[in-house]
Design a protein around this ligand. Sequence first.
Ligand code: ZN
Ligand code: ZN
Length: 205
Amino acid sequence: MSDQLSLSCRCGAVQGHMTVEDLAAIPRYVCYCDDCQAFIRYLDRAEEVFDGCGGTEVVHATPASLHLDSGTEHLRCLDLRGGGTLRWFAACCGSPIGSTPKSPGFPFVSLVATFIRDTREKASIGPIRGRLMLKYASGDVGPLRKDALPAFRMFLRVARTMLIERLLRRHRPTPFFQAGGASPLSPPQALTAQERARVYGGPAA
Ligand SMILES: [Zn+2]
Ligand SMILES: [Zn+2]
């Protein structure tokens, strides 16, 4: 028996679902890093996405568990730093979707939790397992520190997951890359200098 989470952008043009063995076992984190914050500011979704301290709630998924059923023509991705990560969003309404490594050979997706639209389903996901990069958080972060998770431990968890999924050959299919190929469905966009100044500018609103 597997469970299912319904996925949708805000306007409903991009729809999908995620299949999981056990909703309560889905890894759930909150990230406060400057890149996550910049991504949400780029989309003007701070009010909808951020917790009170600039954090973005994400759930970790494998590409093969994600299925986009409609609206894939609206998918766009940002390459914030020319690094190894693509940040995906729905251009129809500017909803964040999540991030993936730049290559489909690395089977990992960090899904922004607002892409899970059904609040009842979302409530059945397990507890937050860690808060990352709290040094970038703003406001009253004191109560959050008990959940702080060092970046290297997160890296080890993700690397372990990717290794297992890759060995099990569950890096395919992926909804973000062309079938059988290595090209993202949409060419990665870089930020202009003005966009960079705006989204990395001040502290979290
Ligand atoms: Zn939309
Ligand atoms: Zn982050």
